[in-house]
Design a protein around this ligand. Structure first.
Ligand code: AR6
Length: 176
């Protein structure tokens, strides 16, 4: 599913965040140490190779809501934007911290004049954020920012499961 708002195409697809060809930057649902982890952080680091951890080391630790940028190493993308999502029920206010992940990722993307960016559903795995609530916060934030974007023309959400894809498509379809 896709939707164009203020000249920016926003789309939801089912897939693997580590195999997004044709996308300038992919976003990592990182841990504070910016090291290999499970889920998204495992897939991204495995595909990128050990050079990614090396580049990340001096940038860590990061705080919930913060984002940093590195090159993509062996990924098919020029950049990886690493952000630390909130742990649901622990890092508060979680909706604001999650919104900061999207704000800071898009800001870094604009600073590096990227054309396209792909996000996973940050915080909805190991960090326990309910998918529907996370999708509401993500799209609400993106809709606020989209009119101000200059270089970013495409925002893709990459969901691992059919259920998560369906939830994101439903939430996106209600936004304008
Ligand atoms: N591609 C797209 N989505 C994925 C993939 C993938 N390859 N793998 C998992 N997902 P998570 P978090 C989905 O746990 O909740 C890590 O261990 C997954 O189904 O990766 O922010 C780090 O080291 C879920 O919906 O990120 C951190 O410690 C979503 O991506 C911690 O987990 C996010 O799941 C971060 O937790």
């Amino acid at each position: 599913m896709e939707k164009t708002i203020s000249g920016v195409m926003i789309e939801c697809v089912r897939g693997d965040i580590a195999s997004q060809t044709g996308i300038t930057a992919v976003v990592n649902a990182a841990n504070a140490r910016l090291m290999m982890g499970g889920g998204v952080a495992g897939a991204i680091h495995r595909a990128a190779g050990p050079g990614l951890e090396e580049e990340c080391r001096p940038l860590a630790p990061i705080e919930p809501g913060e984002a940093v940028i590195t090159s993509g190493h062996n990924l098919p993308n020029q950049y990886v934007i690493h952000c630390l999502g909130p742990v649901y029920g622990v890092d508060k206010p979680e909706d604001e911290l999650l919104a900061n992940c999207y704000r800071n990722s898009l800001r870094l993307g604009e600073e590096h004049e990227i054309e396209s960016i792909a996000f996973p559903a940050i915080s909805t795995g190991a960090f326990g954020y309910p998918v529907q609530e996370a999708a509401e916060a993500a799209f609400r934030t993106i809709m606020e920012i989209v009119p101000n974007l200059k270089s970013i023309k495409r925002i893709r959400f990459v969901l691992q499961s059919g259920r998560d894809l369906e939830i994101h498509e439903k939430v996106l379809s209600m936004k304008s």
